[in-house]
Design a protein around this ligand. Sequence first.
Ligand code: BGC
Length: 448
Amino acid sequence: MAIIKFPNQMRWGVATASYQIEGAVNEGGRGKSIWDTFSKTPGKVLNGDHGDVACDSYHRYQEDVDIISDLGVDFYRFSISWPRIFPNGTDEVSQAGLDYYHRLVDALLEKGIEPMCTLYHWDLPQALQDKGGWENRETIQAFTAYAALMFKEFKGKINYWITFNEPWCASFLSNYYGKHAPGNTDLQIAVNVAHHMNVAHGKAVMALREIDEEANIGFAPNTEWNEPYSNTPEDIKACELANGFFIDWFFDPVFKGHYPEAIVEIFRKNNAFLHLEDGDMEIISQPIDFLGVNYYTGGVARYQENAGLFETERVDTGRQKTDIGWDIYPEGFYNVLTHISNTYGDIPIYITENGSCYNDEPHNGRVVDEKRIDYLKRHLVALNRAIKSGVNIKGYIAWSLLDNFEWAEGYSMRFGLVHVDYRSLKRTKKESFYWYKHMLNNNFFETN
Ligand code: BGC
């Protein structure tokens, strides 16, 4: 039996995102987002699911805040729906949209919960997509105006801001692989989108520095870890590139002020080019206060000629998988964190997402999700090792508070610590909720 103890100053949290939980898509003057359009396009989301009602948190936010308060976390990480604030993407501001987030933030503060707010968790106003979306450089300006308004509006209330959640998903998964909104399948568009999001990130950081000197800002890229199948230079190189697609491509511009040449070269070979304007890299590489790291999975990979952009393929080594089919790979979590710390320096890190999909249902009022507890424990053990190795970890935020709209998987995949019955909208705290609550109350847990 080992005791896993965390530093006393470690802060804990739980996360959600606007389109995944809010519902009420036609209320409070909200405009359409690209996810309304995408989810209503036949064949894009499993079972034709969409976020019209979701968990109805727009109406049930007080109940959700009470649940968060019972959990006893320090942070609630949520996102703002841009089209609730700017229904047309720019110009006109919806007071009802602002009021909703004031109600939510006030309810959190009243319970002593620190709000951590993501500005972009993928729900771009459809009106901006109609003008080219992130492919259009003008969207950078629209985002900066939206960010600046939020910073002014919530000055003194929100002290932790995240510009972009998982820019890899919002650029490549959405515009090259076509799996997420807006569903393009064009590498050049994806590269443009990724670069514009990076510039928008930097502009938002600059805006915050002018508006609120006290607040902290960072971004939350998604990471994965590929371990080489063999020691051949081909397999090692293939894994470096596959990891770099998630890590180097987004971290290098922010922390080093340039894009990684090896990946630029691969894009070039595939006829996709970076279009930089003067000053872009200085804007992107503004110093940030913290880094958010999202980590779920990883695995073993090897070189395979013509296998995708990076000629890399995953090898199934028989690792256990969660219900969404992702390998459970806590060692990868440790490797990602130590790699980041060794490569990018001593930046304070919050784990902004980590969690697992298990589709357990309630029986007699209980949801016994032992496997989620096991996943959590194994990743917290890895996190603890990373802290002991000197990685500057400030906090851990579990994904997710509630079962919710899991993007292209619709409602079929459940990541919550709290079960949601999508018909009655009843919330049921799972065993993992009680385990997490107990753990963060003590700041340690026992494991084999
Ligand atoms: C996203 C979440 C998503 C989760 C599980 C992350 O990619 O930020 O919105 O629900 O992972 O897929």
